[in-house]
Design a protein around this ligand. Sequence first.
Ligand code: GLU
Length: 474
Amino acid sequence: MTVKTRFAPSPTGYLHVGGARTALYSWLYAKSQGGEFVLRIEDTDIERSTQEAVDAILEGMQWMGLDWDEGPYYQTKRFDRYNEMVDQLLAEDKAYKCYASKELLDEIRAEQEANKEMARYDANHPKIVAVNQAAKDGDPCVIRFRNPKEGSVVFEDQIRGRIEISNSQLDDLIIRRTDGSPTYNFCVVVDDWDMGITHVVRGEDHINNTPRQINIYEALGAPVPTFAHCAMILGDDGAKLSKRHGAVSVMQYRDEGYLPNALNNYLVRLGWSHGDQEIFSREEMIEFFSLNAISKSASAFNTDKLLWLNNHYIKTSEPEYVAEHLQWHLDNQNINIENGPAITDVIKLVGERCHTLIELAEQSRYFYEDFSEFEAGAAKKHLRGVAKGPLELALSKVEALSDWSTENLHGVIAQVCEELEIGMGKIGMPLRVAVTGGGQSPSVDAVMQLIGQERVIARIKMALAFIAEREANA
Ligand code: GLU
């Protein structure tokens, strides 16, 4: 049997991290079994579904790298098929027309509540029987599924274990509304059957639908897939994850400077484990993933851990991969990298200091853009009279360098220290502020090498002019 899984979002909003994790687990399970992954857009709720949300979901999936083998299928394009199946169940008497009005159902529910009975639809209630007997063909009606009355539904959830629900707790579900539209629980079953889905991985919020859906599979004569219901994601305060906790949309993580591989690694560990391993390459995730190692309990989102992972991925990924995702942030911050060093070299040098791509873009700026002012605090501290001599000597030496290498620039700094008998800090810090504009950067020789000779010379001159002006004003 070829494993086939699916992700079936309703396009009523962006792709949020909970959905993204479900999609990731479903995708991983398919990949781990050499199977296929289907994307299905469940857009039957026409009022709440939007094209924007569809686009946002597709963009989120693509950004995460969760590619689908089939789809996207759209439920709104499959109404004929659902209706064909509703009609089949009607013909087989596994479904029936019910003419009871909403008002009547409300009245019956109120009675049941007053009698402290379980409020539920009861096809044998005398008032419903009377209405249905009196109805004429063509009167408005819904179609209800004839749920079995005896026995129970049992299934082996891959995450939660054996689940058993008595049929006495399940009423006759509406499968086609008065307006002729099929309902969610029915469409899902027909789709999962038609699409050959073998494993349904979805959120725990659907667990109550599963027994009802299993009865529908059986009525249709369709094989019942295996189910795995994932627990919720909570915020770090233990409440259900929501906007209040910060980013919840996957694309917002892009905007906040996360690499998709870091978010995927974070999400895979949020509720799944393989020993105590924290870092997983995509290949490792696929190799080790299994449904029964997914945790039954809810997991709490931890932004610090995500930041730690993001830093790890910025440091250790191929610089080309980081560059591909950094470009969005460079554009966003208006940094043009055409006139300057290869961005991959800047990433190799600066990346390890950064937890997000926003920081990495910010710290890339001085390699590509000249500045007209030094950072006030750093200049005040390091561009003082005492720095004049060391900077002048360094300037003459960098001007004379014919081979612009990090080693030679290291040599320049060492010679300045030696000739003037000063410690490294007395030239290193003024030079850093001169060439980067601020007081923090990676090793200044490597930084200067990437900035390039012409710019370094101009910036040291600018620092000397700054010191001269400061002394004149003193
Ligand atoms: N469309 C449902 C949702 O967005 C998912 C249904 C399913 O996975 O069976 O929550």
